[in-house]
Every structure is written in C-alpha cells, then in structure tokens.
Design a protein around this ligand. Structure first.
Ligand code: PLP
Length: 388
C-alpha cells in the first residue's frame, strides 16, 4: 500500500510489528491485559522514568495530566500558541483557562521570558511543547516555575527519543505526555502515555483512565470479586492489549527511527545551507533533536516566491508539505470563548506566515529526500537564491 503523494510523516510497520499484534489478537485479552502492563514497563525502562500510564491518545494523556494536577474552573495554565489544539483544549476540558505565552523566534519553543510575564496568582501549571522534536529549555522554565511552585507538563508528543543536556525526554518535567498517532515517532494506531515520578499522580491517572474506578486488587479480593467503587468522575481512556503489543514492538525500534529522522534532517540542513531564504529552525547545541517535524522558514522577499505559492508548487509535485501550526489562539473557538486574537503572540503569528514542514519519516528513501530538495531548489532558484 502506498500513498499517491509523499506525506509529511507516516508510520513504519514491519513483519515483527504485525506478528506481535496478531499474537495479541489470538490471546485471551483484547483490552487491558498483560500487554498494557508490559508496554508501560518497557516505557519505564527505556526512558528511565518512575511511572508510565498508557492511555488511548495523546489528547487523553494531556487530559489525564490536567486532572492529576487538579486543574479546575478558573485555573490558568500557560501554553504556547504554536502547537496542536489539544495542548490548550485539555485545559478547557477541566474548566480552566489556557493563557498563551509567545515562542522564541529562533526555535519557536515556549519562551521562558514570556512565560514569566504571563504568570499570575491563578497560574496552576505550565505546558511546554517540544515543538518539532526539540526539547524546550527546561532549566530556564524550571527556574521560573519552581520558585513559584508551579508544575511543568511536557507535551512531548513530538519529542519521544530526544535529549536535553544528556537527560532523556520524559524525565525533564513533572509530567510528560506522549502520542502514538501514526505520524509520531512510534505508533499504536491511536494511543498515548503519561509519565511521572510522582506516584500519587500516577495513581490518579490510572483511576481517571478507567471511569474513576478504584482498582485496588487486594481490596477487591477481600470484599468479593464483584466489588469495585467509583471514586470520582473519570473516562474510558484505556489502551487495548493489541495496540500495546504494537507499541512494545515499535518501542524496540525507537532509537533507529530517531536516527533515520536525524539523518534526513542533516541532508536537508546541508542542502539548504546555501539558500538564503530557506531557514531551518535553530537547534540548540545542548539537545538531541527527535525531528517529528522538519520545519523551515520561507523568506518570500529573498526567494521571490511566497510560502503559499511554494506550498502549492510542492503539493502539485506530489510532495506533502504542511504547515504546523495555525496558532491556537487564532482559531474561532478560542477567539469566541476566550477573546483571543491577532496581536496576542506576535512571534508565533509572524512565524505562522513563513513556516513550511517538509516530509520526514523513518522509511523515507534518500531518493525521496533528494526529490524534495530539488523540488524546493527548482521553485526558489529563478528569483533569488544566492550560493554562499
Ligand atoms: C499529536 C499531538 C497531540 C495529540 O495527540 P493525539 O494522540 O493525536 O491525541 C497533542 N499535542 C501535540 C503537540 C501533538 O503533536
């Protein structure tokens, strides 16, 4: 099966993955069985975290994080605007108010200075998004948040496998959240994971993903096998066993997947180094980037072609370029409900006019990478590129 166009991202599934899923399908458990536990354990081991709770999506994982922190009506949570809407939506699920803090112009990561400015007496958490796969500057965020006792949640849906100052993503924030959507580093079809060092939060998340039902086995054995108690309002955010089987198999290939992404990014970086006006985002020297996305900024003036025209030209050649993201505070829902709009986060708004995501995924062939490079070159060359 192949897509008619080269997508910006896609899954890599091999025979081992398929065998793992088939074995799970033939077992007694379709949902919430031994594979879920095994997937969580493997995640704990690989990332060096204390607790991992598997859930049905990255969005569910974000919601669980907000619940664990007790976010409620009127509470403010600081979020960046340049992200998938779910990062802010999870605050609204709990009745809270997302407060948008602008991004750094070079990396498009949450700017600690802007975060500091947006902190108020109502601030109950900060969600940092490792945009494109580069970890945020957690030390800088920590120095702002810790003194005020504000927990940091890492929306690490882009950065599984990345590192920050030799520390693994998943260990950098109070709670970290992952997605296993097919375009992400590893996939379970749909799926997500919440990791934390805090056992109390992990416990709350386990209960929240299962309707708020307490799952104390010993108590259940004591009271009789029919007995359970719903302690609070929760959801069905469970991941299935056969999805977890896929996750276990995929996780074993994570480092290889990330290396492939980095190798593709290297080719792009070298190819575009000589073109003024095609500028990849800056990567700090203290990180290992996981390259969920390869984001460039297009300077129309230098190239003689607008981002829109380049987007259309590349799409016409079957290259699935994309734009990540429309700033969340510009969506009609947020404008209407929270009165957000243009001018709130000028850096993100300006970046949104220029950014273009190029295809990057582990199974992308070198020939396909070259095809993307030449298509970009061809479209920008006539009007402006200046070899350096
Ligand atoms: C993918 C993604 C999500 C949501 O994950 P789903 O698994 O699709 O629900 C949240 N935040 C970011 C930054 C993402 O990229």
């Amino acid at each position: 099966m192949s897509f008619p166009v080269l997508p910006y991202g896609r899954q890599s599934i091999d025979e081992t993955d398929i065998e793992g899923v088939v074995a799970a399908l033939k077992s007694d458990w379709l949902t919430t069985g031994p594979k879920v536990d095994a997937f969580e354990e493997k995640f704990v081991e690989l990332l060096g975290v204390d607790h991992a709770v598997a859930v049905s999506s990255g969005t569910a994982a974000l919601h669980c994080a907000m619940h664990a922190l007790g976010i409620g009506p009127g509470d403010e949570v600081i979020v960046p605007p340049l992200t998938f809407a779910a990062t802010a939506n999870c605050v609204v699920f709990q009745g809270g108010v997302p407060v948008f803090a602008d991004v750094d112009p070079k990396t498009l990561l949450l700017d600690p200075v802007q975060v500091d400015r947006k902190i108020s007496r109502k601030t109950k958490a900060i969600i940092a998004v490792d945009y494109a796969g580069q970890p945020c500057d957690y030390d800088a965020l920590d120095s702002i948040a810790k003194s005020k006792n504000i927990p940091i949640v890492a929306d690490a849906c882009h950065s599984l496998g990345a590192q920050y100052k030799d520390r693994t993503v998943g260990t950098l924030a109070d709670i970290s959240v992952f997605s296993f959507h097919p375009v992400k580093q590893i996939t379970t079809g749909e799926g997500g994971m919440v990791v934390t060092a805090n056992s109390e939060w992990a416990q709350r998340i386990r209960r929240f993903r299962n309707h708020g039902i307490s799952s104390d086995f010993k108590q259940r054995a004591h009271e009789g096998s029919w007995f359970y108690e719903m302690m609070e309002l929760g959801f069905n955010y469970r991941l299935t066993d056969f999805q977890s089987a896929l996750g276990i198999s995929q996780l074993g290939k994570l480092s290889g997947f990330v290396r492939k992404r980095q190798a593709i990014a290297d080719i792009y970086n070298q190819a575009f180094a000589s073109i003024q006006g095609v500028s990849p985002l800056e990567v700090r020297s203290d990180v290992a980037h996981a390259y969920h996305l390869y984001v460039t900024r297009i300077a129309s003036e230098a190239l003689g072609i607008t981002r829109e025209a380049l987007f259309a030209a590349l799409r016409a050649e079957g290259i699935g370029v994309n734009v990540h993201y429309i700033p969340v505070h510009l969506h009609p829902y947020y404008r209407q409900k929270f009165g957000t709009g243009r001018g709130l986060c000028p850096v993100a708004e300006e970046a949104y006019e220029r950014i273009l995501s190029l295809p990057v995924f582990p199974s992308m062939a070198v020939g396909e990478v070259d095809r993307v490079v030449s298509a970009v070159m061809k479209n920008v060359r006539p009007s402006g590129s200046m070899p350096r």
